[in-house]
Structure formats: C-alpha cells, structure tokens
Design a protein around this ligand. Structure first.
Ligand SMILES: N[C@@H](CCC(=O)N[C@@H](CS)C(=O)NCC(=O)O)C(=O)O
Length: 201
C-alpha cells in the first residue's frame, strides 16, 4: 500500500500512528509530497491533491485520514480503536479534533500563501476562535489514554501536536488539563514521538 503524505502533515501523522498501533506500518510505502510544491503535488493520485492518500495495490484510492484509518482498523481487525457501539460519539469527537487541525492549517496557509500585506487578520481570528472553542470542549471531555488509544484520541493528539509544531505550544498555558493529557498520551503511545515532525524530520 502506498501512503502519500508529508513529514509535517498532521492528518498524515494520524494515519501513521494508527498504522503503528494496528501493526500495519511496515506494509505502507510512505511517499512524501511537499504540498507547497506545485510540481510535486502532481504525483499525488488524489484528484483533490490532498494528503494523506492511500493507494492500494489494486489501484483503489482511499482518501481522508479518518476513512484511511478506518480501513486500516478493519484490515487489522482492531475495531476497538473505533468501537461500533460508540460510533457516532467517536466520529463526532474525531470531527471536532480534525476541526481544530483544519482551522490551524488554514491559519498557516493564510500566512504561507499570501503576501504579508494581504493576510486577513479577521480570518485568522475566526479560525483561532475555532481552535480555542475545540480545545475548550476537549479540556472538559478528556478520556483516559492507554497504550492502545482510540482513533478520536489519536486525532486529538495530532491536533495538539500540530499546535505545538506551528504555534510553539501557546495553547498549553490556557488548557492545562489537555496539556497533562497529551503528556500521558506521549508516554503511553511510542508512535507519537516516532512521528513527531520536530524530532524526526
Ligand atoms: N479532511 C482531510 C484533510 C486533509 C488535508 O487538509 N491535508 C492537508 C495537509 S495536512 C493538505 O493536503 N493540504 C494541501 C491542500 O489542501 O491543497 C483529511 O482528514 O485527510
């Protein structure tokens, strides 16, 4: 299976951690694509040119990190990562965690793809409110982490990791319970550090 991703991609990291936990990482051929490079992105078979993208040996494409993770979870028969009896609740938590990551990505893109004079500070503020809203929600809804985390916990950890990576961990002083939670995740899930773009570039 080919996984199109990039080293800093938080959604790619979500898939990589899931593949480690399900024991499928060695079956992935990871192909790094620099999303900022207009020539490199043409190598991505995803028509939307987003990463992560999974390409099966048959040529079938699987897109969107949650869909890819669910595919891996089913392939490895590890449905405890996305329990059927809690499916809607889990998918909601995953969507909220992904929403934090998406808003943070949009803030990064606003500053990467526009000239400084064109950066829309109202738009940045709007996205930052989403990040803060999501963090506030999770800060009051934390669940205990084990060495085999659920997919919503993986999604939350990569969202926080992305804020650490791109926004120097400013969130930590305001959301102290979440910061403690992430320390537990980091200690219990070795693939979190293995996929850290700051230490494994
Ligand atoms: N909902 C998608 C989001 C994927 C996404 O936005 N990926 C970013 C990189 S982390 C990307 O491909 N950005 C380049 C672009 O949007 O053109 C998922 O969960 O996979």
């Amino acid at each position: 299976m080919k996984l199109y991703s990039s080293l800093p991609s938080p959604f790619g990291r979500k898939v990589k951690i899931t593949s480690h936990i399900t024991g499928l990482f060695d079956q992935l051929e990871v192909i790094n694509i620099d999303s900022a490079d207009p020539i490199a992105i043409n190598n991505n078979p995803n028509p939307l040119k987003k990463i992560p993208t999974l390409e099966l040996k048959s040529g079938q494409l699987i897109v969107d990190s949650t869909v890819i993770c669910e595919y891996l979870i089913k392939l490895a028969n590890r449905t405890d990562l996305l329990p059927e009896c809690l499916r809607i609740e889990s998918l909601t938590r995953i969507a909220l965690a992904d929403g934090i990551t998406e808003a943070a990505l949009l803030m990064v893109y606003e500053q990467r793809f526009r000239k400084q004079s064109q950066v829309n500070t109202d738009w940045l503020h709007r996205q930052n409110q989403k990040v803060l809203g999501g963090l506030g929600w999770f800060n009051n809804q934390l669940t205990e982490v084990s060495s085999s985390p659920t997919l919503d916990q993986i999604g939350l950890a990569v969202a926080l990791g992305y804020l650490d990576f791109r926004f120097t961990g400013e969130w930590r002083s305001q959301f102290t319970d979440l910061a403690i939670w992430l320390t537990h995740f980091d200690q219990k899930v070795p693939s979190y550090q293995l996929t850290d773009p700051q230490t494994h570039p």
